[in-house]
Design a protein around this ligand. Structure first.
Ligand code: MET
Ligand SMILES: [Zn+2]
Length: 764
């Protein structure tokens, strides 16, 4: 009998229950008990659904109110000192670590967030040093295991593995020079042992330890730690399923059989070819193999025949008892269910599978691989064959004019006509002062804005009325910026539901969902559009808003577009043609938009590419190919403008060490980057590489409602100016302000403008 499992499930609730209750708690509108109750309801409903669909091993312990890595830090008492002794209870300490806390005399910033592997999910980076006092504050895996017990006894607790946890951590500011988090492994293992033995005593027969670090180049450097850690854990633990996902194990597969674990999970969606090496590595052992044949990263229906081929290969080599059919990764990255979609056509719906549908897929594939004669199973196989055939037919459609345009891109289309030194002179026309202040594009997406959009959707507001409303918003954003004295203005993006969705909706080739939300970080969810066919522009996308905004002011207005790589990475791409080709199609559409903006009198145009870095392949060997096409598409989108048009780009991360030459190659006139939470290593990197274009390192964090005092911003500017050429520095926040309220936005930007004024006086 081949069993089935799901490695993890979306924790947001089918109707975004968690977002609603958590945000209400932050606003002081509901109690902590209410949060706990809703969370338990969401979990129970997920488990019930998974069980009904026939999944053998239900995941438990993977739920989170904000982020599972943060849960881990909190449970293991890896709580940085700044959050301790502040008089906050456990839940508020947890949220303070997540998003900062500024009330009743307490003022602590949030921890640093990073993108989780190559996804758009953000985790909170654990902060550790020699004084970290690991202990088990609570055992979430056990609590959830007990919670589901009445419904199901085979649930499989999910726990982030010790090596990945330490590999993702960073040293605190107080840590000794050269401190490596992995050095804490001996101190951490006893706590893992306690956690695992409690699970065992509680009756769990399996536990899933997630070690995705094994699919990265870093994984190999931890071989000895893996071996010693797992040798210590196994004797006290339930059977361990060591889960690797998001990519290829490569040579790491060779030490898996030295780990006395009971099972290993591999991702066969991203790396189907690794099945052979995994079978070879495990065949002489008793270790079981879990096959990630149902993608946890894409929303396309699984081709059962292709999946069954892989499963059968494994069952004939290892025997069915040692094989589990599973999702390739946790299902965190895809929406909860297709059942909530009423606007997709029947044809479209038939192409997709979301989390619950993927759960049915693993159960069906496992049943088919077990030789089930159940009529339901054969019907599901037959239906899948028909769906896949129909989709293959649809995929044959292509738009020849777009394909031809891509094929005829010339090398010179990627380059500006003159180097930055020449362009910079031409751009003096913008009349920006020294240390120009600007923002990254969006202003608060208020309740009024969201309501107006909802009304437009329900036809309670006409197109004309909505347009008037947006114009008023733009006007007040412009007046606000003039009033507080910003230099390079933005229109504020009130018309955008989302920086990717808005563009997708105005391009051919995408389809949209109504409720297909995916967690990006904490209570922020996104609804990625889906690329289904060739992409082209329907007509101008942003021109009318930028033109209107510019008409209101004599200060320069910055046009605002989302870049090709970001649109692609934050959508669900097609899997039948390359991502490169999809990005090229997007780039050509954006190139036309950039040129139209310029023609409409917009003198600065920002093309945001926050997703370039997270799209980096997990293996360095794949980087050049990716960075090559990704960089080219940005250049293709922006290089068509005149010297006097200032191009900007924006990246909300600070980790440029490895990709610097590629960022330089983009040749944007100005880049703005996230910098407020990283140390000055970032700025030094720019100096070391001799970055010569303008740069705006973010001076404050936008993920937290905290208002940065002017002094703090001045200190940052001072530190930056020790390393950067004065004439190149722009002053801006880390990222857009759409998730913030107006109150803190105004207070923060006033401080930012004051700090820039101070710099002008002091660095004359
Ligand atoms: C995630 S990057 C966001 C850039 C966008 N222009 C904004 O300000 O919202
Ligand atoms: Zn950003």
């Amino acid at each position: 009998m081949v069993h089935s499992s799901v490695l993890g499930f979306p924790r947001i609730g089918a109707n975004r229950e968690i977002k609603k209750v958590v945000e209400a708690y932050w606003a002081g509108k509901v109690s902590a008990e209410e949060v706990t109750k809703t969370a338990a309801e969401v979990r129970m409903s997920n488990w019930t659904e998974l069980k009904q669909r026939g999944v053998t091993y239900l995941p438990v312990g993977d739920f989170s109110l904000y982020d599972h890595v943060l849960d881990h830090s909190a449970a293991f008492n890896a709580i940085p000192k700044r959050y301790q002794g502040q008089g906050l209870n456990a839940l508020d300490t947890y949220f303070a670590m997540a998003r900062g806390h500024q009330a009743n005399g307490v003022d602590v910033p949030a921890g640093e967030m990073k993108k989780w592997f190559d996804s758009n999910y953000h985790f909170l980076v654990p902060e550790l040093d020699e004084t970290t006092d690991f202990k088990l504050n609570y055992n979430k895996a056990l609590e959830e295991y007990n919670e589901v017990k009445a419904l199901d006894k085979d649930s499989r607790p999910v726990v982030l593995g010790p090596i990945t946890f330490l590999a993702l951590a960073k040293a605190t500011k107080e840590a000794r020079e050269g401190f490596q988090p992995i050095s804490l492994l001996p101190k951490l293992l006893p706590v893992y042992k306690q956690l695992l033995s409690e699970l065992k005593a509680g009756g769990a027969s399996w536990v899933q330890l997630d070690e995705p670090i094994l699919v990265t180049d870093l994984g190999a450097s931890f071989e000895s730690q893996f071996v010693s850690a797992y040798q210590e854990l196994v004797p006290v633990s339930p059977n361990i399923m060591l889960a690797t996902y998001y990519g290829r194990l490569e040579s790491n597969v060779n030490f898996l059989n030295k780990l006395p674990v009971a099972g290993v999970h591999i991702d066969l969606d991203r790396a189907p070819q690794q099945l052979d090496s995994a079978i070879a590595a495990l065949s002489s052992t008793q270790i079981g193999l879990s096959l990630g044949v149902v993608s946890g990263r894409s929303i396309w229906k699984t081709d059962f025949q292709a999946a069954l081929k892989l499963v059968e290969k494994a069952t004939s080599a290892l025997g069915p008892e040692r094989v589990v059919v599973s999702t390739s990764t946790t299902l965190l990255h895809i929406p909860v269910t297709l059942a909530n979609e009423n606007k997709l056509t029947e044809e479209q719906k038939d192409w997709f599978s979301f989390a619950l549908e993927k759960a049915s897929e693993v159960a069906t594939i496992a049943a088919a691989a077990s030789g089930s004669q159940d009529a339901k199973v054969s019907a599901a196989l037959e239906a899948n064959r028909t769906s896949i055939a129909k989709r293959r037919e649809f995929e044959k459609n292509s738009d020849d004019s777009i394909r031809k345009r891509v094929a005829s891109i010339r090398p010179e289309d990627y380059e500006r006509k003159n180097p930055f030194s020449v362009r910079r002179e031409a751009q003096k026309k913008l009349n920006l002062p020294k240390f120009p202040t600007t923002t990254i594009g969006s202003f608060p997406q208020t309740k009024e804005i969201r309501q107006a959009r909802a009304k437009l959707g329900k036809n309670e507001l006409s197109e004309v009325e909505y347009e008037e409303f947006i114009k008023k918003e733009i006007e007040s954003a412009v007046r606000f910026q003039e009033r507080i004295g910003l230099d390079l203005l933005v229109h504020g993006e009130p018309e955008r539901n989302d920086m990717v969705q808005y563009f997708g909706e105005r391009l051919n080739g995408f389809v949209f969902t109504q409720n297909a939300w995916v967690q990006s970080y904490g209570s922020r969810y996104v609804r990625p559009p889906i690329v289904v066919s060739d992409v082209s522009r329907k007509g101008p996308i942003t021109v009318q808003w930028s033109r209107y905004a510019q008409s209101l002011t004599s200060k320069p207005m910055k046009g605002m577009l989302t870049g090709p790589v970001t649109i692609l990475n934050w959508s669900f791409p097609r899997v039948d043609i390359s991502r490169e080709l999809q990005a090229q199609q997007l780039a050509l559409a954006l190139r036309d938009e950039v040129i139209d903006l310029e023609a409409a009198g917009i003198k600065a145009i920002q093309v945001d590419e926050p997703a370039i870095r997270e799209g980096l392949p997990l293996r360095r060997a794949d980087w050049d190919a990716y960075l090559g096409w990704a960089g080219n598409t940005f250049k293709l989108a922006t290089a068509g403008v005149k010297n006097e048009t200032q191009t900007h780009s924006h990246f909300c991360y600070s980790d440029f060490d490895d990709i610097f030459p590629q960022i330089q190659r983009l040749d944007a006139d100005v880049i703005s980057i996230e910098a407020s939470k990283s140390d000055l290593k970032l700025i030094k990197t720019f100096k070391r590489y001799g970055y010569s274009n303008s740069i705006g390192p973010g001076v404050y964090d936008v993920h937290s409602p905290r208002v940065p005092p002017t002094e703090e911003i001045k200190e940052r500017l001072k530190a930056m100016l020790e390393h950067l050429d004065q004439s190149l520095l722009f002053v801006n926040p880390d990222c857009g302000l759409k998730t913030r309220g107006w109150k803190e936005t105004e207070a923060s930007l006033v401080n930012l403008v004051n700090a820039a004024r101070w710099a002008r006086e002091n660095y004359a």
